[in-house]
Design a binder for this molecule. Structure first.
Ligand SMILES: Nc1ncnc2c1ncn2[C@@H]1O[C@H](COP(=O)(O)OP(=O)(O)O)[C@@H](O)[C@H]1O
Ligand SMILES: [Mg+2]
Length: 466
C-alpha cells in the first residue's frame, strides 16, 4: 500500500501521545488523592487537642481555656480558637437542628486538603455537645503532601521524557532494522558478494522500506547477472580470438619464410576481417546488455525492410529458395530500423545457412490488432528441444564438435564460416530493445520428425515506452 509507513508512524505517535496524556492525568489524580489527607497520627493529635480544650473549658472555664489556647498557638505556630455555633431561627422550626447537625466552621479532619492552595485550612473538631467547636489552622508540620511538588515534577517531566524516549526507541528500531539489513547487504555487495539479497518480501512487513529492499534486490539481481554475463563474454571472447590469432601467427611465419606469400596475405586479411566482426558484435552485445537502450524513434515500413533483406539474402545464397509472404505495407512506429534490420537479417541468414540446397526457407509476416508477427521457417536440421533457449546465449553453437575441432580445423580462405554464435544473442537483445520478443521452436512432420527450425518474432505495431 502507498504511504504505509506514514500511516504506521501516525498510528504509533498518535497512540503514544494519547497514552502519555492519559497516564499523566491518571497519575496526577492519584498522586493528589493519595497525598491530600492528614496523617492518622496528626488527626489523633488534633482530636486530642480538641478533647483537652473541651476538658479545660468544662472544668476550669473560659480563662483557663484562653491560657491554654495561647500556649497551643505558641507551640504549633498557628492560630486556634473555640467557637459556639449559635444559629437563631426566624422561621422553620427544624432549621436549627439540621443546621447544628451539619455545621462546620472549618474543615473536618477527614476532608481533603487542597494542596494547590498555599495557606493551611482551618480545621474544625466539634465538642461532644456539637454546639461548640475547636478550630485550629492546620499546623504546618501536619500539612500533607510533602512530596506533592516532587510527584508533580516526576509526572509532568520525567514521565513524558521516559515515555517519549521509549516511543522513539520503538520507532527507531522499526525504521532501523530494515535499514540495517539494507546497509549490511549493500556493504557485502560492494565487497563483491553479488549473491547477497535482502528478501524483504518474505517478511510480514509491507511498507516503503520493504519496497526499498525489493529495489535493492532487483538491482542486485540485474547487476550480478550483468557482471556474470560480462565475465562469461570476456572469457568466451578471448577464447574465440585465440584461434584466428594462432592462424595469423602461422601466416606471419609463412610470410617471413617467403612460403606462398599470396596465400599468407589472404589468410591474414581473412582472419583480421573475422576478428573485426567478432569484436564489433561482442561490443554491440555488451552495449545492448549494459545500456539497455530504448530504440524508439523511427517509423518505417517493416514489409519493405524485410523485402530488402530477402533480396540481399537471395543474392548471397543464390542457390537457395527463399519465399517471402509479406503484406503490401506494414508500418511500424516507435521502432528502430537498424536494430530490427540486423536482427531479422541474422535470423534469415541462419535459416538459409542451415537449409540444404534443395529445401526452402519461408518468411511470413502477418498482423493482429497490436502486433506484427514474423515467422521464419526453414527446412534444416532444427535444434534439439532442450537447446531451443540456449541458442540465444552469446557464443552458443549447437554444433559443439565444431568448437572442439576449431583449433585443428584448416579453414579454407573464402569458405563461408559458421559465425561465432553471437547472431541470435544480438537479435534477441535488439528485438527486446524495440519491445518485441523472439522465440525458437521446431516444426515436425506427422511422424514426429524435425522438419526444421521456426523462429517467431512479435513486434508491437506502436511500441509503448514507460
Ligand atoms: N535455422 C537454424 N537451424 C538450425 N540451427 C540453428 C539455426 N539458427 C541457429 N541455429 C543454431 O543456433 C546457434 C546460434 O546461432 P547464432 O547465434 O546465429 O550463431 P552463429 O550463426 O554465429 O553460429 C547456431 O550455431 C546453430 O547451432
Ligand atoms: Mg547466425
Amino acid at each position: 500500500m502507498k504511504n504505509r509507513l506514514l500511516i504506521k508512524l501516525c498510528c504509533i505517535i498518535g497512540a503514544g501521545t494519547v497514552l502519555l496524556f492519559w497516564m499523566i492525568d491518571i497519575l496526577s489524580n492519584q498522586a493528589e488523592q493519595s497525598m491530600s489527607f492528614i496523617d492518622e497520627q496528626y488527626k489523633q493529635e488534633l482530636q486530642d487537642y480538641a478533647k483537652q480544650a473541651e476538658d479545660i473549658y468544662s472544668k476550669h472555664g473560659k480563662d483557663a481555656l484562653d491560657i491554654w489556647l495561647e500556649e497551643l498557638q505558641e507551640k504549633e505556630q498557628t492560630w486556634a480558637a473555640v467557637a459556639a455555633s449559635n444559629v437563631v431561627t426566624v422561621s422553620n422550626s427544624d432549621l436549627r437542628e439540621k443546621y447544628v447537625e451539619g455545621i462546620k466552621l472549618g474543615r473536618s479532619l477527614d476532608w481533603m486538603i487542597h494542596l494547590y492552595f498555599d495557606y493551611n485550612p482551618i480545621m474544625d473538631i466539634p465538642f461532644t455537645d456539637k454546639n461548640t467547636h475547636f478550630l485550629i489552622q492546620l499546623p504546618q508540620r501536619m500539612r500533607p503532601g510533602k512530596y506533592y511538588t516532587h510527584a508533580g515534577l516526576a509526572i509532568k517531566f520525567a514521565l513524558p521524557l521516559i515515555l517519549l524516549s521509549l516511543l522513539s526507541l520503538v520507532l527507531y528500531q522499526h525504521l532501523m532494522s530494515p535499514l540495517r539489513r539494507l546497509e549490511n547487504a549493500t556493504k557485502q555487495f560492494s565487497e563483491g558478494n553479488f549473491d547477497v539479497r535482502i528478501n524483504a518480501s518474505l517478511d510480514s512487513r509491507d511498507d516503503e522500506l520493504t519496497a526499498l529492499a525489493d529495489t535493492f534486490d532487483h538491482m542486485a539481481d540485474r547487476t550480478s547477472k550483468l557482471i556474470a554475463s560480462q565475465r562469461q563474454m570476456l572469457s568466451d571472447l578471448s577464447h574465440e580470438l585465440r584461434t584466428p590469432l594462432t592462424r595469423m601467427d602461422m601466416a606471419v611465419d609463412f610470410l617471413e619464410h617467403q612460403l606462398d606469400p599470396k596465400k599468407a596475405a589472404d589468410r591474414l586479411r581473412y582472419e583480421a576481417a573475422n576478428m573485426r566482426e567478432l569484436v564489433e558484435d561482442a561490443l554491440t552485445l555488451a552495449y545492448l546488455d549494459t545500456e539497455r537502450p530504448k530504440l524508439n524513434n523511427e517509423t518505417f515500413d517493416l514489409a519493405e525492410l524485410i523485402n530488402v533483406i530477402c533480396e540481399d539474402s537471395r543474392f548471397e545464397y543464390s542457390n537457395h529458395t527463399l519465399i517471402a509472404n509479406l503484406p503490401e505495407q506494414a508500418v511500424i512506429k516507435n521502432s528502430s530500423q537498424r536494430a530490427l534490420g540486423q536482427a531479422i537479417e541474422n535470423v534469415i541468414r541462419n535459416a538459409l545457412h542451415h537449409t540444404p540446397l534443395t529445401k526452402q526457407v519461408t518468411v511470413f509476416l502477418s498482423k493482429t490488432d497490436t502486433l506484427y508477427s514474423l515467422i521464419i521457417e526453414d527446412e534444416g536440421q532444427g535444434v534439439p528441444e532442450e537447446l531451443l533457449e540456449e541458442i540465444f546465449k552469446p557464443f552458443f553453437r549447437v554444433d559443439k564438435a565444431r568448437t572442439l575441432s576449431d583449433a585443428q580445423r584448416e579453414l579454407k580462405v573464402g569458405q563461408k564460416r559458421n559465425g561465432f554464435g553471437l547472431g541470435l544473442a544480438l537479435a534477441q537483445r535488439q528485438i527486446e530493445a524495440v519491445k518485441g520478443n523472439i522465440k525458437a521452436s521446431n516444426h515436425y512432420s506427422h511422424e514426429g520428425k524435425i522438419l526444421g527450425l521456426k523462429i517467431s518474432i512479435e513486434l508491437p505495431i506502436v511500441s509503448e515506452y514507460a
